[in-house]
Design a protein around this ligand. Structure first.
Ligand code: FES
Ligand code: FES
Length: 171
């Protein structure tokens, strides 16, 4: 048995450890928003976040996930409210056939975590690795900028308190 944390829930699956995470998400857990494209880490359709980082789930053995949190497209909205990135995707009418789009959104989410206000070049550098056969890249770029404008940047980690002079106690 392998225990996974998917979209904040603990799930247990009985599969060989070498099974690709993508298969487990789709076939065992019914989370089929994540898509199979190439199966060899080339297209990005299967992108999910593992421990906060985008990964290609088609080449990620489930046995190596090791209880790290997994986020799929199904877990991006919170409490029935779309993530600003999802809303921007709708507002800009990004999808055409839609097949690649969950992977695009997961990659864009990873980008915005690292670079809250990305340039066109930043967006192209990341999103061009997600193949869209419908050629929606111009709208993707606009949607990422729109989302960046509507998102509150994550708070930076708290600073360590400055160390004061050593205090002598007693005599
Ligand atoms: S299906 Fe994983 S990168 Fe193409
Ligand atoms: S919207 Fe059709 S492949 Fe991207």
């Amino acid at each position: 048995m392998i225990e996974l944390t998917v979209n904040g829930q603990t799930r247990t699956v009985d599969v060989p450890p070498e099974t690709p995470l993508l298969w487990v998400l789709r076939e065992e857990l019914g989370l089929n928003g994540t898509k199979f494209g190439c199966g060899i880490a080339q297209c990005g359709a299967c992108t999910v976040h593992l421990n906060g980082e985008p990964v290609r789930s088609c080449v990620t053995p489930v046995g190596e996930v090791d209880k790290k949190p997994i986020l799929t497209i199904e877990g991006v909205a919170t409490g029935g409210t779309l993530h600003p990135l999802q809303q921007a995707w709708i507002d800009e009418g990004v999808p055409q056939c839609g097949y690649c789009q969950s992977g695009q959104i997961m990659s864009a989410l990873g980008l915005l975590k690292r670079v809250p206000k990305p340039t066109d070049e930043d967006i192209d550098a990341v999103l061009s690795a997600n193949i869209c056969r419908c050629g929606t890249y111009c709208r993707i770029r606009k949607a990422v900028h729109r989302a960046a404008d509507n998102m509150t940047p994550e708070a930076p980690p708290p600073k360590k308190p400055a160390e004061g002079p050593a205090v002598k106690v007693g005599k």
